[in-house]
Design a protein around this ligand. Structure first.
Ligand SMILES: Cc1cc2nc3c(=O)[nH]c(=O)nc-3n(C[C@H](O)[C@H](O)[C@H](O)COP(=O)(O)O)c2cc1C
Length: 172
């Protein structure tokens, strides 16, 4: 088994893609990593929508072009939207954990993708209505986050811009 730190070091936000579509077998593994993600009280407050169909990616790309953000989406090889599902009344908790849960789900997806040679970019800037329309997500649902996946035009791993170990971590 390879050390996951290598996958973590190699994962980076990829903002230029070749246009090559991600094969369904790979996509299923990537999505399975999201499905298996932990969540508070195992509530799994998500539905994961995904496409690797060129005609759908074209429409998603047009939605991003319309808001002038994340213009590289048109060239990605797959696209994921994570819908936050409301919790059943009896499972309502004193803290809201759904965003943590979805964050972990996203990270598992991105790390599995990286381990399979598929690059990714988590995207907080998107037109929610456009994403919902193109992917057929019901209007009353909330899209928590989206992810572009695909093959990097330039796979060079950049140095990580991060706080230093001492700044970020206090070992007492
Ligand atoms: C919640 C979240 C939202 C983000 N939204 C965007 C985005 O809309 N567009 C983009 O290019 N990158 C986006 N990013 C990527 C971050 O800018 C990136 O993770 C950060 O700069 C660290 O770089 P790295 O991912 O290459 O290590 C987002 C990341 C997160 C976690």
């Amino acid at each position: 088994m390879s050390d996951i730190i290598d996958v973590i070091r190699n994962r980076q936000s990829t903002r230029a893609y070749t246009g090559k579509l991600v094969d369904n077998n790979l996509l299923e593994k990537i999505l399975e990593a999201g499905r298996l993600s932990p969540s508070a009280r195992n509530t799994q407050p998500w539905t994961i929508y995904c496409t690797s169909r060129k005609e759908v990616i074209d429409k998603l790309g047009a939605g991003f072009a319309a808001i002038g953000r994340n213009l590289f989406v048109k060239d990605c090889g797959a696209f994921i939207a994570i819908v936050e599902e409301p919790l059943p009344e009896e499972l309502k908790m004193h803290r809201r954990y759904a965003e943590f849960d979805i964050g972990m789900c996203i990270m598992q997806i991105c790390l599995e993708a990286e381990s399979l040679g598929v690059s990714s970019c988590i995207l907080g800037s998107y037109d929610e209505d456009s994403v919902k329309t193109v992917l057929g997500i019901p209007k009353d649902k909330s899209v928590a986050m989206v992810i572009a996946l695909g093959y990097a035009s330039d796979p060079t791993v950049r140095p990580k811009a991060r706080k230093s170990f001492d700044e970020a971590i206090k070992i007492i």
